[in-house]
Structures are given as C-alpha cells and as structure tokens.
Design a binder for this molecule. Structure first.
Ligand code: HXC
Ligand code: NAP
Length: 290
C-alpha cells in the first residue's frame, strides 16, 4: 500500500454526478479520473472546449465512465447558469460541485495593474461564488442534497507576498466554505475545502516558477517531508470529502502539504540547519560554568 494508490473502495461514488471546474487539466483532471474510477459520472468545465473534449475522451477511455465537457468562463454568470442547466439536463442531476478553477501568477504587488489584480479575484473568488450560488439555489429549490468541495491553499490563512490577489481570493473562498457549511446545512448541503501545498502541474509551475525560477527554487526543499505532492494523494482526500463516508464532515479545510506551511511558521524550525556535531558541543557545554 502506498500514497500513490487509490484509497476508497470500489463503487464509493457510484450514482453521483460530480461537476469539476477547471477539470480539463492539472489537479482537476487527476481528481476527476479518480472520481470516475470510483463510479461517478463527471462534468468537466473551463474556458477551452478543445482541451476539455480531449481530456473527456482520455478519461472515458481510461475509466469506462461518462464525462460531459462543457465550456464555461466561471467569471460570467450567464455562462455558469447555462452550463449548470446543460449539466442537469444531460445527467438528470448534479450532486457535487468541486470548485477547482483558478488563475494565478507571481508579481510584486505594486507592479500589478488593476485589471491584473481583478482578473485573479474574478476567477478565484467571484468564479467560485457564481458556481456556488447557481448550484446552491438550484439544490435548495429542488429540495436536493448537495456537496461543495473548494480547492484553496495554505496561504488562504497565512497570506503570501507576490501572489496577493490569489491569497485574498482564496481567503474569501475559505470564508465562504465555512459560512455556507453552517447556513446551508439545514438544506443538506455540505461545504468543505482542501488546502494543497505544492503539487506539480503545468498550469501552476509555468505561472509560479516561470523561466529559470524553476531551477533556482526547488519547492520540495520547503517541505519537511522532503518532496512535492502526488496527485493521487490529493484525489484520495477529495474523493473522501465528496463521498457519503464524510457525511459528518462539514466546514472543514484539510491541509495536504507535507508540513510546508508549519515549517515556515514555527519560530525555531530553521534550527534544522544546525549539524549534529554542534548539538554535541552544546550538550557537552551545558551546565559548565563560564
Ligand atoms: C503580471 C499579468 C501576468 C503576470 C497576466 N497579467 N499575467 N500581470 N504578471 N504574469 C495581467 C495582464 O497584463 C492583464 O492586465 C491582466 O493580467 C489579465 O490578463 P489576460 O491575459 O488578459 O487574462 P486572461 O486571458 O483572462 O488569463 C487569466 C490569467 C492566466 C490568470 C492571467 O494566467 C490564466 O488563464 N490562468 C489560468 C490557469 C492558472 O493560472 N493556473 C495556475 C493556478 S495555480 P492588463 O492591465 O495588461 O490588461 C494556483 C496555485 C496556488 O493557484 C498555490 C500554490 C502553492
Ligand atoms: P491548472 O491546471 O492551471 O488548473 C486551473 C484550471 O482552471 C484550468 O483547467 C483552467 O482551464 C481553469 N480556469 C482558469 N480560468 C478559468 C475561468 N475563468 N473559467 C473557468 N475555468 C478557468 O492548475 P492546477 O495546479 O491544477 O490548479 C488547480 C487548483 O489547485 C487551483 O484552484 C489552484 O489554486 C489549486 N492549487 C494548486 C496547487 C499546485 O501546487 N498545483 C497548490 C495549491 C492549490 P481553462 O484555461 O481552459 O479555462
């Protein structure tokens, strides 16, 4: 048994239709493939229909499941509402929404144009609220239960320089997750989040480690466990949180980062750099009066 293997039992998501925003690439694609393997039907949505259609075919060939690709810019409420109606009329219902679509890039904040800042806020925060409102209103009206899973990141609570619009937006998504977990529980709608640390994807790496940065900053070095994440270990948590096994988990954010954010937070964690010989000397000199 290893962390690169699927964790849930066969058929754990049978009968569920799951909508994944940003489902054509990266982590959304990996989580979607695992949902299909566990018996779910899938709707994948993002701006690029060609990418979605190619991914949908790949996913169906790999898993034998059913995948509906739908183009939709989550910033545009008209497109979101149409996408939702198309998804529901195709599969009859949608049980789970995975808010995974995001936009991000690194930049000193003072170099950002207003449009640059707003673009990230619009995709991450407003995109998530557009999809959440559309799905939530529908589930409440139809008296149908539902599950939200939102992908944030650890700087949703620590904040982070150089990705300020993303940090502000992810903090908003986390607040929305916790708020709706309480407000909509009475409608049998659960809301949870996952905060991943570094997981290699083309989308994230090309924007967060552009050019030569990828050679200079090895993300694994910031992780106490000493490696980056494997997509399957994220997919395992996601599958659990959208399944009925987690029926009593509501308003939670699960961090999966190998201890990365705590390493940066603990006052004395950098004492890792002290070699054993120096600890030996310090120990030997303990108690000796000067
Ligand atoms: C500064 C930038 C910029 C950059 C774009 N802009 N890239 N400013 N540095 N690197 C500015 C543009 O000049 C423009 O402002 C404004 O942002 C909008 O840019 P567009 O290219 O017109 O926007 P759009 O086509 O809508 O594309 C959105 C995008 C793009 C966010 C800029 O990167 C994208 O499509 N991203 C989607 C995928 C993604 O980002 N994945 C990574 C998620 S990783 P002006 O003023 O010139 O008009 C992630 C990880 C979190 O979230 C945690 C990791 C540990
Ligand atoms: P990714 O492959 O670039 O995924 C982002 C997805 O969002 C793409 O499929 C993109 O598709 C879609 N998207 C962007 N703008 C959109 C819009 N306006 N409307 C609809 N869809 C849009 O990157 P990723 O690394 O897998 O990221 C997935 C999620 O994980 C994000 O929420 C990210 O913040 C989070 N995360 C990633 C890491 C990491 O290390 N990789 C760490 C922490 C959190 P289109 O271009 O076709 O629209």
């Amino acid at each position: 048994m290893t962390h690169t293997e699927g964790m849930l039992r066969e058929g754990a998501l049978k009968g569920k239709t799951i909508l994944v925003t940003g489902g054509g690439t990266g982590l959304g694609k990996s989580m979607g493939i695992y949902f299909l393997k566990l018996g779910a039907q899938l709707v994948i949505t993002s701006r690029k229909l060609d990418v979605l259609e190619k991914t949908a075919k790949e996913m169906e060939n790999e898993t034998g499941g059913k995948v509906l690709p739908l183009a939709c810019d989550v910033r545009e409420i008209d497109q979101v509402e149409k996408m939702w109606t198309d998804a529901v009329s195709h599969f009859g219902r949608v049980d789970v929404v995975l808010n995974n679509a995001a936009g991000n890039f690194i930049s000193p904040t003072e170099r950002l144009s207003t449009n640059a800042f707003n673009t990230v806020l619009d995709i991450v925060l407003k995109g998530t609220s557009n999809v959440t409102l559309t799905a939530g209103k529908y589930w409440i009206k139809e008296k149908q239960s539902g599950t939200f899973l939102n992908i944030v990141t650890t700087y949703a609570w620590t904040g982070s320089g150089y990705v300020v619009p993303s940090a502000a937006a992810k903090a908003g998504v986390l607040a929305m997750t916790r708020s709706l977990a309480v407000e909509w529980a009475k409608y049998k709608i659960r809301s949870n989040a996952i905060a991943p640390g570094p997981f290699p994807t083309e989308g994230a790496w090309s924007r967060l480690l552009p050019g030569d940065l990828v050679k200079k900053f090895d993300p694994a070095k910031k992780v106490p466990i000493g490696r980056v994440g494997d997509h399957q270990e994220l997919a395992n948590i996601a599958a659990y949180l959208v399944s009925d096994y987690s029926a009593y988990v509501n308003g939670e954010v699960i961090t999966i980062d190998g201890g990365e954010w705590l390493m940066g937070a603990g006052e004395f964690n950098n004492l890792d750099m002290i070699p054993q010989e120096m600890w030996d000397m310090l120990e030997a000199s303990r108690g000796k009066k000067a």
